[in-house]
Design a protein around this ligand. Structure first.
Ligand SMILES: C[S@@+](CC[C@H](N)C(=O)[O-])C[C@H]1O[C@@H](n2cnc3c(N)ncnc32)[C@H](O)[C@@H]1O
Length: 223
């Protein structure tokens, strides 16, 4: 898998560099850094310095006063990267067994981030945990989270429950399972308007053929 073989990955974001520590031998996939997380962060990092009208994504980068949650954060790459780009009110979530890897990465990067980012246990099928986060959020972030067919329904429901009617889901995506892929896009098509970022708009050093960035907005609430 691209980018992820080394136990430590250095990711430049803006004027900072995140250091990502992973345990590729663990039985939990969240203790490795998955390349779609790098793709999503570097897509926004590429466009962040450009003002409108040259920047077609300036609306996505208007992070001031916005609330965000990341689903299946793993080592926390996407959440930490977007935090450095200005999305400062963000909570990173994952299942309990992944929390040690997340906390380790938050600690390692505390100096770069300037603080310990908010994090919480969230299983996508746990309505009480979803409610406890106090939705709606302006941004729901997720990267490389579609790989188990059985959990796809809960994932899409969690996205729908968490994102505001005028909010945005930012998704870094690669096909990991044909069954999960099919089910995910069927369900998303019922709930969201889906925009795919053209490949030439991704960061040239981090883009690769199999991966994409998608922008979802709730149907009937497209802005
Ligand atoms: C392939 S990893 C991606 C991790 C990270 N987003 C990245 O791109 O590096 C998938 C993540 O989704 C989380 N996940 C899987 N099923 C979940 C569920 N039902 N509820 C919450 N998180 C889940 C896993 O624990 C894991 O951290």
């Amino acid at each position: 898998m691209k980018f992820t073989e080394s136990p430590v990955i250095e990711l430049p974001v803006g004027t900072s560099v995140l250091s990502l520590q992973q345990d590729n031998g663990s039985m939990h996939v969240g203790t490795s850094v998955w390349p779609c997380s790098l793709l999503l962060v570097k897509f926004l990092d590429r466009w962040a310095p450009l003002p409108p009208p040259e920047n077609p994504y300036s609306h996505l980068l208007a992070f001031r006063s916005k609330r965000a949650v990341e689903l299946g954060t793993g080592c926390g790459v996407a959440g930490m990267g977007l935090y450095l780009l200005g999305l400062t009110d963000i909570i990173l979530t994952d299942i309990s067994p992944v929390m040690p890897a997340l906390k380790r990465n938050l600690k390692v990067n505390k100096r770069v981030l300037g603080k310990n980012l908010k994090h919480s246990v969230l299983y996508w099928n746990n309505i009480d945990q979803i409610r406890a986060l106090n939705p709606p959020f302006d941004f729901v972030i997720a990267t490389d989270v579609v790989y188990i067919e059985e959990s796809v329904g809960a994932l899409v429901s969690a996205m729908e429950a968490l994102v505001a009617d005028d909010g945005v889901v930012l998704l870094g995506y690669q096909v990991r399972s044909p069954e999960a892929h099919k089910r995910f896009w069927e369900l998303c098509g019922e709930v969201f308007e889906i925009e795919k970022v053209p490949h030439e708009h991704l960061h040239p050093e981090y883009a690769y053929e199999e991966a994409d960035v998608f922008i979802f907005k709730k149907k009937n609430n497209k802005q």
